[in-house]
Design a protein around this ligand. Structure first.
Ligand code: URA
Length: 209
């Protein structure tokens, strides 16, 4: 599997171009994020394993495909990750959900854990970490460190936008974790914001600007 997959489906690209625009309302931004996350979820779960079960159709008995193994785990990096959860949970309502909270230490500038509550038996689940913006990669690398320490092995990282700097940082720290995104943007600015980007994803989805 490639380390970076840009999901270039025309519906995703069209919706993303609307979302990026600064005049889009909080409600519009949220709706588009939910719709795109549903489409991204379809792609990030492509490698889920299947088994078969015997079912009875109105015509005959058949061996029908069904998902194998434990329910997958969705891990949201607080707070913006929560904006991606809704759409994914619409598609996979049985998924288990966890949350990771990190803040940046003002002196060391390193991410520090303040919250971590994740599903049990991560070692037996596909674990999808969600955060709309892969910028410096510091928080995603730290979140994945925490999840690996709790047993996660089969990990994916799902974001809306990625900066080349963040992709590189993830490739160095976690080459075994494939990244799925709707766009690989140009760069980071001096404040760590993605350019052209869409601004502060958390502020835009929660209306906190
Ligand atoms: N976080 C955001 O919300 N936006 C960026 O551009 C980078 C990080």
């Amino acid at each position: 599997m490639p380390h970076l997959t840009v999901v270039d489906h025309p519906l995703i690209q069209h919706k993303l171009s609307i979302m990026r625009q600064e005049q889009v309302s909080t409600a519009g931004f949220r709706r588009l994020l939910r719709e795109i996350s549903l489409l991204l979820a379809y792609e990030v779960t492509r490698e889920l394993e299947l088994t078969t079960m015997t079912i009875q159709t109105p015509m005959c008995e058949m061996e029908a495909p069904t998902l194998e193994g434990k329910k997958l785990a969705l891990i949201s990096i607080l707070r913006a990750g929560n904006g991606l959860l809704d759409g994914i949970l619409e598609l996979i309502p049985g998924a288990r959900v966890g949350f990771v909270g990190l803040y940046r230490d003002p002196e060391t500038l390193k991410p520090v854990e303040y919250y971590c509550k994740v599903p049990k038996e991560l070692d037996a689940r596909m674990t999808i970490v969600v955060d709309p913006m892969l910028a410096t990669g510091n928080s995603s690398v730290a979140a994945i460190d925490m999840l690996k320490a709790r047993g996660a092995k089969n990990l994916r990282f799902l974001c809306l936008l990625a900066a080349p700097e963040g992709v590189e940082r993830m490739r160095e720290a976690h080459p075994d974790v494939p990244i799925f995104t709707a766009s690989l943007d140009e760069k980071l600015d001096d404040h760590g914001y993605i350019v052209p980007g869409l601004g502060d994803a958390g502020d835009r989805m929660f209306g906190t600007k």
